[in-house]
Design a protein around this ligand. Structure first.
Ligand code: ATR
Length: 271
């Protein structure tokens, strides 16, 4: 029987994950099905159990379930536990459910392998202090930056993250207004401001001709953050398409023991 996989979220109709995983499957000669499954938040626990009972082998998890699902699995990987969020579920042959998180490593691979962006000894800034930020802090600290700042509208959340991750390295928490006069080599937008067409209110002066700007969000056209960063004269702007493909490749590796080549799949998506 063909092994079943899928992605759960709400809404999910526009997810690119089925296309990405089917491409990986044909490239690595795996026979599998991968579908987008819409689950409303109220039904999450019940529907997850139904999927597991039906024999599904693995699931990707996306908005808005990444945090809630962490409480519904039997076991969490270390990185999922640190992130407090799960984007990949594996079901073993005894029905045990393991939650993992490949978002951080997906971003790291896109930044370093695909975009050739250096992180060591660089000044890094993350905008936002929610779930998306928690998932990427460990890989960024591990890269030994000169400084990692987290700026958030609600500064206390940035302060809390700095305390939570202190064992992994130093984080400077700040308000958007505190950023005046500072220079950053890489600015990562991890806020959800773009969902309402907004850009986080931080001073444009922190972007100069050597600043790379990366938006974790992605869209068929430029995101508001990328448009704004281009207007401020950023050296480069990138959306999170590459991260999406790389986190999918890491999930694929967990499930099938083989790492697909992401290049042909990235070429199918907007730059
Ligand atoms: P996610 O899981 O996508 O990170 P989240 O945990 O709800 O979602 O976090 C959303 C982040 O986007 C938060 O840092 C939020 O700032 P607050 O903590 O102050 O709420 C940030 N955010 C959302 N809309 C924003 C906006 N219009 N301007 C600036 N920051 C915004």
């Amino acid at each position: 029987m063909t092994d079943r996989y899928g992605v759960i979220g709400h809404p999910i109709a526009h997810s690119k994950s089925p296309v990405i995983h089917q491409q990986f499957a044909s490239q690595t000669m795996q026979e599998l099905s991968y579908e987008a499954i819409d689950i409303a938040p109220d039904n999450l626990a019940k529907k997850l159990n139904t999927l597991i009972d039906s024999g599904v082998k693995g699931l990707n998890v996306t908005v808005p379930h990444k945090n809630a699902i962490a409480n519904l699995v039997d076991e969490l990987s270390e990185r999922a536990e640190l992130a407090g969020a799960v984007n990949t579920i594996s079901i073993d042959r005894h029905g045990g459910v393991v939650g993992d998180n490949t978002d951080g490593v997906g971003l790291y691979r896109d930044l370093t392998d695909n975009l050739d962006i250096q992180l060591a000894d660089r000044n890094l800034l993350i905008l936002g202090a929610g779930g998306a930020t928690r998932g990427i802090i460990p890989v960024l600290l591990d890269a030994q930056p000169a400084r990692l700042c987290i700026a958030n509208r609600t500064v206390q959340k940035a302060v809390d993250l700095a305390e939570q991750f202190v064992a992994l390295g130093a984080i400077t928490p700040c308000r958007f207004d505190d950023l005046h006069g500072l220079h950053f080599d890489l600015i990562i937008n991890a806020t959800s401001a773009g969902l309402t067409g907004e850009v986080p209110p931080f001073p444009g002066s922190v972007i100069d001709a050597s600043t790379v700007c990366y938006d974790l969000s992605y869209s068929m056209t430029d995101t508001p953050f990328c448009i704004w960063a281009q207007q401020q004269g950023a050296a480069e702007t990138h959306q999170g398409w590459g991260m999406l493909v790389e986190q999918a490749a890491e999930s694929f590796l967990i499930w099938h023991g083989v790492r697909p080549d992401t290049r042909p799949v990235r070429a199918l998506l907007p730059a």
